[in-house]
Design a protein around this ligand. Structure first.
Ligand SMILES: NC(=O)c1ccc[n+]([C@@H]2O[C@H](COP(=O)([O-])OP(=O)(O)OC[C@H]3O[C@@H](n4cnc5c(N)ncnc54)[C@H](OP(=O)(O)O)[C@@H]3O)[C@@H](O)[C@H]2O)c1
Length: 225
């Protein structure tokens, strides 16, 4: 992992979608070089252009294929539906060597989104670690942040719990959480991602029952210094 004081570049695979585009917006806004990845480079370019315009041209944001984006960036963020998780990871696996993967995927398959559905690996993030193999660094984050919060400039009143395969992986991810204007917490090893991914179904359930669209969570009882 990179200790450079310069801002790292970030690829957002599936960054044409709701969650990925929102994260890309927030990172591009604070000066990160963001590569939007897609199965279709044209679609990625259109998404990048949209963000560039939203940021009045003050942004380094490019649209590329998922593979080119993964190759060019220092850190790779995965924001695709679970149905595309394995296939997307397999398609970039060789390009991720030595790079941190931040997995945002929640292993739910519509229409059963209000019920926790965990894969045999334990969680999507643990499955990502299995796919990428020994030596890979994977963090899991943002599963509990609705996309509705991201593509705008208001403060977000919910926290991001970060798990990962190492303290370095979690710290690097926490920097990006903070850069996105969110409050992050180190939630421990990647095995704990099962709770955070599962929590998304609980939040969707709450949204449905109480007529909301963006329920979130907040950690209380801790003084952050
Ligand atoms: N939406 C939220 O509020 C939210 C919140 C927390 C976590 N998440 C998680 O974040 C991930 C992305 O959610 P999203 O709502 O952003 O999803 P989305 O908008 O439906 O899809 C994101 C992108 O994934 C790619 N994609 C879609 N279907 C695919 C397929 N079958 N094969 C390969 N690529 C495919 C598409 O990119 P291209 O067509 O450009 O390749 C699409 O733009 C999911 O795992 C979700 O559970 C979402």
């Amino acid at each position: 992992m990179n200790d450079s004081p310069l801002l790292l570049s970030i690829a957002v695979l599936g960054g044409t979608g709701r969650e990925g585009k929102g994260l890309a917006y927030r990172w591009a806004k604070v000066g990160y070089h963001v590569f939007i990845g897609s199965r279709s480079p044209d679609k990625a370019k259109a998404a990048a252009q949209e963000l560039w315009k939203m940021l009045a041209g003050n942004a380094l944001v490019e649209g590329l294929s998922n593979q080119e984006a993964a190759q060019k960036a220092d850190i790779v963020v995965l924001t695709v539906p679970y149905a595309a998780h394995r296939e997307t990871l397999e398609s970039v696996k060789d390009l991720l060597k030595g790079k941190l993967l931040i997995d945002v995927t929640v292993p739910i398959t519509p229409p059963k989104v209000t019920k926790v559905q965990m894969p045999p690996a334990g969680s999507a993030a643990q499955e990502a670690k299995q796919i990428l193999g020994e030596g890979s660094e994977v963090a899991a984050a943002f599963q509990n942040i609705s996309h509705e919060h991201l593509l705008q400039d208001q403060d977000v009143d919910c926290d991001v719990l970060v798990t990962g395969t190492s303290k370095d992986a979690r710290n690097e991810t926490l920097k990006l959480v903070s850069a996105a204007g969110l409050t992050g917490w180190d939630a421990g090893p990647i095995e704990n991602s099962v709770i955070l991914e599962g929590l998304t179904s609980v939040l969707i359930n709450i949204n449905k029952q109480y007529g909301s669209t963006h329920a979130g969570i907040k950690i209380t009882g801790v003084n952050k210094t």
